[in-house]
Ligand binder design. Structure first.
Ligand code: GDP
Ligand code: MG
Length: 598
């Protein structure tokens, strides 16, 4: 297709505002898929995504659209991941487009990711087409939301298109706006090939499939290609477009979006942001902005049953095939046995991976408290990075510990400012500013240590605001902190997997809360079990699990049989997730307790 008839665009929205539904509706309106296919959300491939309504991986679909001017246009819809942890991927996907449809829910108004995504789209110089979605709902207030869009974002209210992605109302107008407002791609067809990789997935037959936007030059089959950042040469086994399924083609011209089957075995080799060029006629410079993904949050992941270790390794290997950001290495814990230290982009990424391991691979897992990456300056001047409390050197060797801080933005109805302030203050947050969006809603900006965000912060925020607040965060830099390692001893033995790094001012409070909680979840033994929290050799909190007085069943003898059976069943269930430490059995809940004492 000639360049003037190409439009590349994406859809940006806060979660649940209707991005996927609108995407599907555009595919139906252009005849790319049938109404029946639409039931399956084409752009959300994984079950987990569909269930959570979260689009995790970006993808791209080509549509042909005949506009009222009689001309046929090639519209490439690039789907972006909808999650704060995937900011880098979102930015790359936005770079592959010239325009963005900004979707705002007519019953909700502008929310955290509406703005965060809009700012990224503006950064990428995209033409914005604002739409208000879900106008079919009785609670919809399209005029009010259009005004909000004018006041907050500066787009004239009368240009905001009111649509229903569900019924299809006014969706044709959106397609027309894409053709009229989004500029055609401006690359140079005569320059050496430069194609931006904005996503990838692993295909068992064709190897890693790179999703590309041809910026300059053209791609053809059987060319020798080079991944510039990775420094790997490949032969394009197949090139094609998503229409919406993978459809081979001979060429991808300047400005077009499609895929390259690389034959490579590891997505890690085909990084988002890399530039594909010709091996024998390479471009002088790669496209700007490449960064390797950097994990920010680490946790130990262990099988409950030690015999599942190899299954866990296989499952991680498989997940990694499609998740270039996932890193892991074997780790040994005295308490939990053999497992892995796993690195994630952020807390949502961590949740998704853990859930997939348990659900898709049927693994029974114990995860330790997540840790951020600390920078430790040693007394000898050396600086090391650690991502686990176990790696923290002896305090006598530490000059200073630095921890990552985040800039956190919270959108909330003004009624909840008090509870949010309280939460953030408890989490060592520093207030930066408060902006009123309208009479009822505010945008609060804070600086918070990442370590405080990864433990139960989001759930707390949601529960304190009845689900009304939304948040977004970005890394803002490393800062020194008065941090110490808090160890937990069960029956005088340190349990490595329960250690956490905490701020000194919070050590006593957290230590007390943790031993109290552990006392509740560690079952009674034949003997008394002391549970202690300690900093170095100094015990700062202590509880004791009293010895078992009688057999659990003793009190039931002669009594109700069903009750007896129930008790036995309960005990059996509890056993499934027990880890034996010395002569004390520690249940799964004990390891979870650390996650809930924020
Ligand atoms: P995304 O997270 O932005 O991709 O949002 P989805 O497309 O998954 O939509 C979130 C929810 O809103 C789903 O339950 C959709 O069925 C629903 N939804 C999306 N668009 C509309 C609409 O125009 N009208 C109504 N009534 N519901 C919609
Ligand atoms: Mg979606």
């Amino acid at each position: 297709m000639d360049q003037k008839h190409i439009r590349n665009f994406c859809i940006i929205a806060h979660i649940d505002h209707g991005k996927s539904t609108l995407a599907d509706r555009l595919l139906v309106a252009t005849g790319t898929i049938t109404e029946r296919d639409m039931k399956e959300q084409v752009l959300d491939d994984m079950d987990l995504e569909r269930e959570r309504g979260v689009t995790i991986k970006a993808s791209a679909v080509r549509m042909l659209y005949t506009a009222p001017d009689g001309e046929t246009y090639e519209l490439n819809l690039i789907d972006t991941p909808g999650h704060v942890d995937f900011t880098y991927e979102v930015r790359r996907a936005l770079q592959a487009a010239e325009g963005a449809i900004l979707v705002v829910d007519a019953t909700q108004g502008i929310e955290a990711q509406t703005l965060a995504n809009l700012y990224m789209a503006l950064d990428a110089n995209l033409e914005i087409i604002p739409v208000v979605n879900k106008i079919d709902l009785p609670a919809a207030q399209p005029e009010l939301v259009a005004e909000e869009i004018e006041n907050l974002l500066g787009f004239p209210a009368e240009e905001v298109i009111p649509v229903s992605a569900k019924t299809g109302e006014n969706v044709e107008q959106v397609l027309q706006a894409v053709v009229e407002k989004v500029p055609p791609p401006s690359g140079d067809p005569d320059a050496p090939l430069r194609a931006l990789v904005f996503d990838s997935h692993y295909d068992p037959y064709k190897g890693v499939i790179a999703y590309v936007r041809v910026v300059d030059g053209a791609l053809a089959t059987n060319q020798k290609l080079r991944l510039m950042a990775a420094g790997i040469d490949i032969e394009a086994l197949e090139i094609g477009t998503f229409s919406p399924r993978m459809t081979p083609t001979d060429r991808l011209e300047t400005g077009e979006v499609g895929y390259v089957a690389t034959g490579l075995k590891e997505v890690q080799d085909v990084r988002v942001g890399d530039t594909i060029t010709l091996a024998n006629k390479p471009a002088a410079e790669p496209l700007p902005g490449y960064e390797p993904a950097k994990p920010m949050v680490f946790a130990g992941i262990y099988p409950v049953d030690n015999e599942d270790y190899l299954d866990l390794r296989d499952a991680l290997d498989k997940l990694r095939l499609n998740d270039a950001a996932l890193v892991y290495e074997p780790e040994n814990s005295a308490a939990l046995g053999q497992g892995f230290r796993v690195g994630f982009l952020g807390l949502f990424h961590m949740e998704i991976v853990q859930e997939r391991l348990e659900r898709e691979y049927n693994l029974n897992l114990i995860a330790t408290a997540p840790s951020v990456v600390y920078r430790v300056v040693l007394t000898n001047g050396e600086e090391i990075e650690i991502d686990s409390p176990a790696e923290l050197p002896d305090p006598s060797k530490i000059e200073e510990i630095l921890e990552p801080w985040m800039r956190v933005q919270i959108w909330t109805p003004s009624d909840y400012i008090g509870p949010i302030m309280e939460l953030v203050t408890n989490r060592r947050g520093v207030f930066e500013k408060m902006e009123y969006l309208d009479e009822k809603r505010v945008l609060l900006t804070y600086q918070l240590p990442l370590s405080e965000l990864i433990v139960d912060f989001y759930d707390q925020l949601k529960s304190r605001t009845r689900g009304y607040a939304s948040m977004d965060y970005q890394f803002s830099g490393y800062q020194p902190g008065d941090l110490v390692k808090l160890d937990i001893l069960v029956n005088e033995q340190p349990v490595d997997a329960l250690s956490i790094i905490v701020h000194r001012d919070q050590a006593y409070e957290k230590g007390s809360a943790l031993v109290r909680r552990l006392k509740e979840v560690i079952p009674r033994q034949q003997f008394k079990v002391p549970i202690q929290a300690a900093i170095g050799r100094r015990v700062i909190a202590r509880q004791t699990v009293p010895a078992l007085r009688k057999d659990v069943l003793a009190k039931c003898y002669g009594g109700d049989v069903t009750r007896k059976r129930k008790l036995l069943e309960k005990q059996k269930e509890g056993k499934k997730r027990l880890k034996k430490l010395g002569n004390v059995e520690i249940p799964q809940e004990a390891f979870m307790a650390v996650l809930k004492i924020g």
